[in-house]
Design a protein around this ligand. Structure first.
Ligand SMILES: [Zn+2]
Length: 442
């Protein structure tokens, strides 16, 4: 193999491979030197020197080549600058792009480590071990990489989704001075671009209206003015924040959260029934317990056989018909919510709403009545959701990524690190769509 082929195999621009040997430990040692065309140029004045001073050898760490990582031995020169007016009297050869001055790791090794952490959602410790770096070096590489690719300002958003995520496990914390134990359950509020590719573009510590208002008010008024809708679950605190900080945006309540509330009503009733009938929790031998998952499934996804089993179980468990009424209430609410995105007219919505309210009022079941009150309190936001078809489903998807990132890192002690990792993982689409992203400078 001639010299240029071996240099091409190493593939570091400006580095010429002189020879490759195997040392006593069996590792390949790549002896390199600087490309003669690049050697001797002063970085300060830009003039070429003809006065070499000394030889130095460095061992920049690089990426894996083949099964292991060869040792790079770069023999390079120190030069005297021959321009009298130049302040730089002596300089050492370097490759600013590939192996900058004083760098002990090649730029490409840093970039690949940063991508492994960010794009392949791997733990920093695992990547650091693979690349033979210190944890801090791998972490810094990711910080620099994300600073270059993540935009500073939030993306333009017309439909904003807000939702809470639990940060870490709820636990007791002991005050170091008083020894007092307090129950700590921390939450973050995630802000998601539901209309475009902006992903989960910001996270705010806490889930109160105050923190959300403060974050929104700190943004550019022109950016706020572009938000026409804000989607959320039935959270009074977020609704308050929307009213105060985004008075012109329409609040849309997420229909999947409403289905979850309806399912909860059915489950609560079923559990109460088990205690009232048998004085204990439900068991496998109880008909309604055996059908508990099918009770929560959408009726149209049940086969006729399964539906017959569900109805039979409800009749056997509760001959008074309470459980069946609860289940029908859930299905009536689903029927209303299924109008979302179908361009329903006012009559259709009115009919579906009235059928649901009348059923809940007639049933005299406390769980159904509570559900009806919630629907009533959020009626305008629900109707807005039916007209626009907006749902917070994407936000829920990001919550899964947030939890995944937390797990692979075995929890975060530093919240800035956590936010950076989450934002990077949850804004992939926007980065893929904006190819004009700033080049990574490490
Ligand atoms: Zn110079």
């Amino acid at each position: 193999m001639d010299q240029s082929s071996s240099s091409l195999l190493l593939d570091i621009d400006g580095l010429v491979v002189d020879r490759v040997v195997r040392n006593d430990a069996g590792r390949r040692v790549v002896h390199c030197s600087t490309d003669p065309q690049l050697a001797g140029w002063c970085p300060e004045c830009g003039e070429q020197s003809k006065s070499p001073k000394a030889w130095v050898t460095t061992r920049p760490r690089d990426v894996r080549l083949g099964e292991d990582k060869p040792i790079l031995l770069w023999r390079k020169r120190k030069w005297r600058c021959q321009v009298d007016s130049c302040e730089r009297k002596v300089f050492t050869e370097c490759l600013p792009e590939q192996i900058p001055a004083r760098a002990r790791i090649t730029t490409r090794a840093r970039r690949l480590a940063a991508e492994a952490i960010g794009d392949h959602t791997r733990p920093v410790s695992g990547v650091a071990a693979e690349f033979g770096m210190d944890w801090r070096i791998a972490h810094d590489a990711f910080v620099a990489h994300s600073a270059a690719v993540l935009p500073d300002a939030p993306p333009p958003v017309t439909v904003l989704g807000v939702d809470e995520t639990r940060r870490g496990k709820a636990h007791y914390e002991t005050d170091p001075t008083t020894g007092e134990k307090t129950w700590v359950d921390r939450f973050d509020t995630g802000l998601v671009d539901l209309s475009g590719n902006g992903g989960l573009f910001a996270q705010v510590n806490g889930r109160t209206s105050k923190v959300l208002i403060e974050w929104l008010q700190a943004q550019d008024p022109d950016w706020l003015a572009t938000i026409t809708h804000i989607s959320m679950d039935t959270s009074a605190t977020y609704a308050r924040a929307a009213r105060l900080a985004l008075p012109n945006a329409v609040v849309v309540v997420d229909r999947f959260h409403l289905v979850a509330l309806a399912n909860k009503a059915v489950t609560d009733y079923r559990r109460e029934l088990a205690w009232a009938l048998r004085g204990r929790r439900g068991r496998k031998c109880d008909p309604e317990w055996a059908q508990r998952n099918r009770l929560l499934r959408a009726v149209e996804t049940l086969t006729p056989d399964e539906l017959a089993k569900v109805r039979e179980a409800m009749r056997r468990a509760d001959p008074s018909g309470g459980l069946e009424k609860c289940w029908q209430g859930k299905e009536l609410l689903r029927k209303l919510l299924k109008l979302a995105g179908t361009n329903p007219d006012r009559g259709q919505i009115f009919n579906a709403l009235t059928a649901f309210y009348l059923h809940c009022a007639d049933s005299e079941i406390s769980q159904l009545r509570r559900l009806a009150w919630t629907v009533h309190a959020w009626q305008n936001s629900i109707i807005a959701g039916l007209h626009t078809g907006i749902s917070n489903g994407r936000t829920e998807g990001y919550n899964r990524i947030v939890k995944h990132i937390g797990r692979i890192a075995f929890g975060f002690r530093n919240q800035d690190n956590q936010k950076r990792r989450i934002r990077y993982a949850c804004t992939r689409k926007s980065r893929a769509s904006t190819s004009s992203a700033k080049p990574c400078q490490l």
